[in-house]
Design a binder for this molecule. Structure first.
Ligand code: DX5
Ligand code: ZN
Length: 215
């Protein structure tokens, strides 16, 4: 079954605990936690203190998406604060392979991601090392943007590559995901759908969860 990962960026932060309880009841798979530093992306979101508090109120898998420069300086902190999966951008570090080892050494699942303008070949050298590959389907930095259809080719490519090389990484998509674009990604081979604005515009979280899964 398709996994659903609501992006907290679009939740109501004045009601964080209630939002998280509603996510648990709806049976979502991951909580997608978007960290932005105002350097790697032109926006600033939230970081370690909120993650620590989030960890205290839920057992859901926390899927941390680091949109920060020099992630090597912070991966241990994000691991200690409670992330289960830590995903870094290929564009954000000179030592991609090393940072992935760092994440695994901290006992966490490692993910790699790439901007829409980055060629998929950039991630090939680390595919045997990662647990997850995130395909950005918008330029990172903001919720509520439109899905870039061309990125579906990257999902297909990864799905083929995974089969050919008998690898096990999950393929996740992020940006502009709604019921329609989810169906396109599902068909292309995606396993995990991140959704922010589409997900949180609903009051009843069962609805986006089942619609994204295509049930
Ligand atoms: C974008 C973030 C996304 C964002 C998705 O930089 O990585 O996770 O929250 O938001 P939507 O689903 O609204 O495009
Ligand atoms: Zn994200």
């Amino acid at each position: 079954m398709m996994k659903v990962a609501p992006s907290l960026l679009s939740c109501d932060f004045t009601e964080l605990k209630e939002e998280v309880k509603k996510l648990e009841v709806a049976g979502v798979d991951y909580i997608h936690y978007d960290v932005m530093d105002g350097r790697f992306v032109p926006n600033i979101s939230f970081g370690l203190p909120i993650l620590e508090q989030l960890r205290r109120i839920t057992d859901l898998t926390i899927d941390t998406h680091l949109m920060i420069d020099e992630p090597e300086k912070y991966v241990e902190d994000f691991a200690a604060a409670g992330s289960d999966i830590i995903t870094i951008h290929v564009e954000s570090t000179r030592h991609l392979h090393r940072v992935i080892q760092q994440i695994k050494q901290a006992g966490k699942k490692a993910g790699v991601t790439l901007n829409p303008g980055t060629h998929i070949e950039q991630v090939l050298p680390v595919l045997s090392e990662v647990d997850l590959v995130l395909v950005m389907t918008v330029n990172p930095g903001f919720g509520g943007q439109s899905f870039i259809t061309e990125m579906v080719d990257k999902v297909r490519y990864l799905n083929d590559f995974r089969l050919q090389h008998q690898l096990k990484f999950e393929i996740e998509v992020d940006g502009g995901i709604n019921a329609e674009t989810a169906a396109i990604c599902r068909e292309a081979g995606a396993d995990v759908l991140v959704a922010g604005s589409f997900f949180f515009k609903h009051d009843d979280f069962n609805e986006p969860t089942t619609r994204l899964r295509g049930e």
